[in-house]
Ligand binder design. Structure first.
Ligand SMILES: [Zn+2]
Ligand SMILES: [Zn+2]
Length: 104
């Protein structure tokens, strides 16, 4: 019985992530921009922003998406303050109204 040794090459499919800006490797599990879905290498990711939502998986914004949002974020912050003010006024009014009923 004759034997011989053969070498088999197994085919493997792997996903490699490349920076959408400079095409260099972006590592194994790079974060994606929450708005455009692009990924960046470590160098380009330095310009990214993460929101502070307090979770283990922050939302990441690439530089472009973040800068497009600049005036909108200002407006959102303004509206946030207006909402707080309105809510406060409502709560204060309701508490005062309840007091008047108690003493009347
Ligand atoms: Zn890059
Ligand atoms: Zn983006």
């Amino acid at each position: 019985m004759a034997t011989r040794t053969i070498t088999r090459t197994r085919q493997e499919t792997v996903t490699v992530y490349e920076c959408d800006w400079c095409a260099t490797s972006a590592g194994r599990h790079p974060p994606t921009c929450v708005l455009c879905g692009r990924i960046a290498c470590a160098e380009h990711r330095k310009a990214w922003h993460d929101d502070e939502n307090g979770s283990d998986y922050p939302y990441w914004y690439c530089r472009e998406c973040w800068s497009i949002g600049e005036q909108h974020r200002e407006k959102v912050a303004e509206l946030d303050r207006a909402i707080d003010k309105e809510t406060e006024a409502w709560h204060r009014k309701a508490k005062e109204a309840a007091k008047e009923t108690q003493h009347g």
